[in-house]
Design a protein around this ligand. Structure first.
Ligand code: ADP
Length: 459
């Protein structure tokens, strides 16, 4: 906005300067030319009159002629073609008139005009006319010249150019100022809308933009708020549906689970084939229950309110690892990250770390290292294992819902729902962070999961 206002005013100012200067210059020149020409003809007439008389006295006549704007008069006389011409002038040197102009005047029947620069480089305007000497006189050739200096006009034009240039600079500055003002007015609500959109994309569905005074912009703000409200409503409806379905599935599942357990107690009475079938059923029920639980978690994550309290991330990771109950893992803490505070929801962050630890024990023999690293505005929680790792082509896919990777297929479809990492990603994203998986930086086989969270106050 600022650039376009500045550019616009620059273009406009340049155009105005060119037009004003061009018009001013041509008007001034024309005026000077017109007034000089009138004077020139009046003076030429007087000289012509003098020529009719006997023994014309050019010297005193030239002195008595009126002068317009510093004009100089010269009479060129020649009595015979073999003698050099006489120049009569009170002040001007005949050499100032260009020879080419003298030639053209002598050849022409009417008056001639020419612009030239004198020895000092100053612009001059010259008029010339061949006169008729009386037959009685011995004069063969008479010509009258007038030279009008244009320096004064040039000075005026220069002053005009300076004034115009100053006016242009002022106009451009004014344009830029207007741009800053209009840009600020226009961009401030747009900036607020942008911030609101970012906040919504982080999962703060209830973010809205305050109204502004401008009726044009108020329409945009209102539409944005309506869009955010309908999106929030829709997300809540979808999440409610998923949560209702999961709830509804829970009681029949419990019944099936109880029946299977009864049958498990009577395993010995069953045939081998029935025992196998019972085992398959029992495994699938485990998976089913896990899936229902994960679905409930995801629907809560989508719709549920999120706490935003200051948490010491190192404490949280250490507690989760010790709750997980796996021996031999110590949390390595970057000294700079020791007191890192993250604004967030304890339960969700706990689940994030727990899911990574669960996967490490599912797909490898447990995590080999858990680290908390400082990265300026962010802290990273890194969980590494010595399992098969995640191949590059699967590294983004595994964070999607119901997506299971090669490591899971290798283990068979017995456990896992493909929702664990999706939950990790969604929780982390609602904290304004991001999560990803890489190969281990030390080159060993294994997965290197990273969760990056913004520190409090830096969001
Ligand atoms: P699930 O474990 O139920 O399949 P997740 O969303 O937790 O679902 O994981 C998705 C996929 O990512 C897994 O199926 C597996 O292929 C891959 N994966 C997750 N953690 C690891 C790990 N530590 N090592 C190797 N592969 C992993």
């Amino acid at each position: 906005v600022i650039a376009s206002f500045t550019l616009g005013s620059l273009l406009l100012a340049t155009l105005l300067i060119l037009i004003t200067y061009g018009l001013g210059r041509s008007t001034l020149m024309r005026q000077r030319q017109d007034s000089s020409r009138d004077q020139f003809f009046a003076n030429a007439l007087q000289i012509q009159e003098q020529l009719r008389g006997e023994g014309p006295d050019f010297a005193s006549l030239l002195l008595s002629l009126p002068r317009v704007a510093g004009s100089e008069s010269i009479v060129r006389l020649r009595s015979s073609p073999h003698r050099p011409p006489d120049w009569n002038s009170p002040s001007v040197d005949s050499r100032t008139i260009p020879a080419i102009f003298i030639g053209s005047v002598l050849e022409a029947a009417d008056a001639r005009r020419m612009r030239f620069s004198n020895a000092d480089g100053e612009p001059q305007l010259a008029f010339g006319l061949r006169l008729q000497p009386s037959t009685a006189s011995e004069l063969q050739e008479v010509a009258y010249f007038e030279i009008i200096p244009l320096k004064e006009i040039n000075d005026t034009l220069r002053s005009l150019a300076i004034i115009l240039l100053l006016a242009a600079v002022l106009t451009v500055l004014l344009g830029a100022g207007l741009g800053v003002w209009a840009g600020g007015r226009l961009l401030q609500p747009l900036g607020e809308i942008g911030a609101a959109a970012r906040s919504i994309s982080k999962g703060h569905w209830d973010t809205r933009v305050d109204g502004v005074d401008d009726p044009d912009l108020n329409g945009i703000v209102r539409s944005f708020n309506e869009m955010a409200a309908s999106m929030q409503e829709r997300i809540a409806r979808d999440a409610r549906f998923a949560s209702d379905v999961s709830h509804e599935l829970r009681s029949p599942l419990m019944t099936i689970r109880a029946s299977v357990e009864v049958m498990q107690h009577r395993r010995d009475e069953l045939s081998e084939r029935s025992r196998q079938a019972l085992q398959l059923l029992s495994d699938d029920i485990d998976r089913f229950e896990q899936m229902v639980q994960d679905l409930l978690d995801i629907s809560r994550s989508d719709s549920g309110s999120m706490e935003s309290i200051p948490l010491n991330i190192v404490d949280l990771v250490v507690n989760t690892v010790s709750d997980f109950g796996e021996d031999g893992i110590t949390v390595a803490v970057d000294p700079a990250a020791t007191d890192s505070i993250v604004l967030g929801d304890k339960r969700r962050l706990h689940q994030v770390v727990a899911n990574l630890l669960t996967n490490a024990s599912k797909y490898a023999q447990g995590a080999t290292s858990v680290k908390v690293e400082d990265h300026g505005d962010c802290v990273r929680v890194v969980v590494e294992d010595a399992g098969p790792g995640v191949s590059p082509s699967e590294r983004t896919l595994v964070f999607e819902r119901f997506t299971r990777g090669a490591a899971a297929r290798r283990r068979g479809s017995g456990d896992g729902t493909g929702l664990g990492l999706a939950l990790v990603d969604e929780h982390v994203r609602r904290h304004g962070g991001s999560s990803w998986v890489n190969a281990r930086p030390d080159g060993e086989s294994g997965a290197h999961f990273v969760v990056e969270l913004p520190k409090a106050g830096r969001r």
